[in-house]
Design a protein around this ligand. Structure first.
Ligand code: MN
Ligand code: MN
Length: 462
């Protein structure tokens, strides 16, 4: 009898099988940290990726592209908020393409369209939260301001303020514990209410004794904004301004084995897919790597996966190659590259350990998401699971399975269901995350690296 069963199997720490990957993983994550610091919003992320891929030979997919050659690298920018990267393969497109699709929007606080007000000599911005946040996590946390604002003359200015050490930051106040008897009786969900997420933006009034202006602190803030950006109060109605945690990505633990950062859902999958896509040279199958917007609010809107923008790009390619779009779809596979919730021993009650993902156990293959009996889930077929697991095992990628927590206690979804509408075999593949959707989410560097290896195994097929 052997010491170990030849039949039973357990999912184990990455270092049990890939013993020497620490240095490679830590190196890889230095690039990731730089990337995520520059990509706090979907707009910034698209600009960052375009800057990177332009140096790697990617050309814009437009009407000038009339022929597809093996190895051609193309990009399509959808309104500065979603991006499609393509590497043309040797096989005809109608044999199918390899999709890897992550999302680059993250939960945050958006400004309302009429956000500026003053109360008791303090100036504030009103916000409306975007995506699934625990509202109580956002007060008493340094915030930075990002976004685009148009002026009446049609010009616009991009704002990025509070990221550098010497720049001001912004904050939401919380009530001191001494006076919180009433607040403490609220449920956690309402510990801080949506209309209490008001951002402090100034406290000095204009110095003008003759003025008839009532809100002198607000006026002072508006004058500063006008000086800095040339904008007026009305311009906030023609803007998209997002407030996000101001701190940069940081190593966590004495062993520096983990990264805490804002927006790792889902930039922690976007970056590895970007690196795999860039390194994809003359593949057998064409790769289509997508960075999409709006996932956190249900993928609606024309930069989200429930829009036709990706379909139209595929149709453009099909037209150039003179093949049928539907043939491309029915022969394609898609990795919906999104994060899963890692088992958290502190909140063990929420998880079913045998089927949860764990940090440091490798890239997570999520067969299904959904809620109340897999409701709304893409439930990847046995055939699709078998194909992807074989690929992982052939290329020595450490992988694990992952359910999104115990049955009937919640749930969630990804972009997978919008891809399967096109009759594409789809499976969720990504990184296990602790404190998902918190201002700073936590991941393991080894997992990030093995997720990169997974996307590379999938895309770079010769
Ligand atoms: Mn996600
Ligand atoms: Mn999410």
């Amino acid at each position: 009898m052997g010491k170990k069963s030849e039949l039973a199997s357990e999912y184990e720490h990455i270092l049990k099988t890939d013993k020497n990957c620490i240095d490679k993983a830590f190196d890889f994550c230095e690039g990731y940290k730089t990337f995520i610091n520059a990509s706090k919003t979907e707009r910034e992320c698209v600009s960052e990726i375009i800057n990177i891929v332009k140096t790697k030979g990617y050309k814009e997919l437009n009407k000038d592209i009339t022929k597809l050659n093996v190895g051609d690298k193309l990009y399509f920018n959808n309104r500065g908020k979603a991006l499609v990267l393509i590497t043309i393969g040797k096989e005809s497109l109608d044999k199918g393409v390899n999709f890897v699709i992550s999302h680059i929007d993250s939960p945050r606080l958006d400004l309302k369209p009429n956000p500026v007000y003053e109360c008791e000599d303090i100036a504030y911005f009103k916000t409306h939260y975007y995506g699934g946040i625990k509202k109580y996590q956002w007060p008493a946390l340094p915030l930075s301001m990002h976004g685009r604002i148009f002026k009446s003359d049609g010009s616009f200015v991009d704002i990025n303020l509070g990221e550098k050490d010497n720049e001001p930051k912004f904050i939401i106040t919380d009530l001191l514990p001494h006076l919180s008897e009433e607040q403490n009786k609220r449920t956690l969900r309402d510990g801080i209410k949506g209309e209490e997420l008001n951002i402090v933006i100034g406290s000095i009034p204009i110095n003008d004794e003759d003025t008839e202006i009532k809100n002198l602190v607000k006026e002072n803030v508006l004058r500063i904004l006008n000086k800095m950006y040339g904008i007026k109060e009305k311009d906030f109605a023609r803007a998209e301004i997002e407030f996000v945690p101001a701190e940069h990505a940081m190593d966590i633990g004495f062993d520096k084995s983990m990264i805490a950062a804002y927006g790792q859902d889902d930039k922690v999958c976007a970056y590895p897919s970007l690196m795999a896509e860039i390194e994809n040279v003359n593949p057998m199958k064409t790769s289509v790597t997508v960075f999409t917007d709006k996932e956190e609010i249900g993928s609606k809107g024309n930069t989200g996966m429930d829009s036709n923008y990706l379909h139209d790009v595929i149709e453009d390619l099909a037209d150039i190659a003179n093949v049928k779009t539907r043939d491309i779809y029915r022969n394609s596979i898609c990795l919906s590259s999104d994060v899963n919730s890692a088992y958290d021993p502190t909140f063990a009650d929420a998880f079913e350990g045998r089927n949860s993902s764990h940090i440091n156990r490798g890239v997570v293959l999520t067969k299904y998401t959904g809620h109340l009996g897999k409701g709304g889930a893409n439930d990847a077929s046995a055939e699709t699971m078998a194909k992807i697991i074989k690929l992982m095992e052939d290329k020595n990628v450490v992988w694990q399975i992952g359910e999104l927590g115990k049955i009937d206690i919640g749930g969630g979804g990804t972009i997978a269901k919008y891809i399967t509408q096109k009759n594409i075999d789809t499976i969720d593949v990504g990184v296990a995350v602790l404190s998902m959707h918190a201002p700073y989410e936590l991941v393991s560097k080894l997992d990030v690296y093995h997720t990169y290896l997974a996307y590379k195994a999938f895309l770079c097929n010769q």
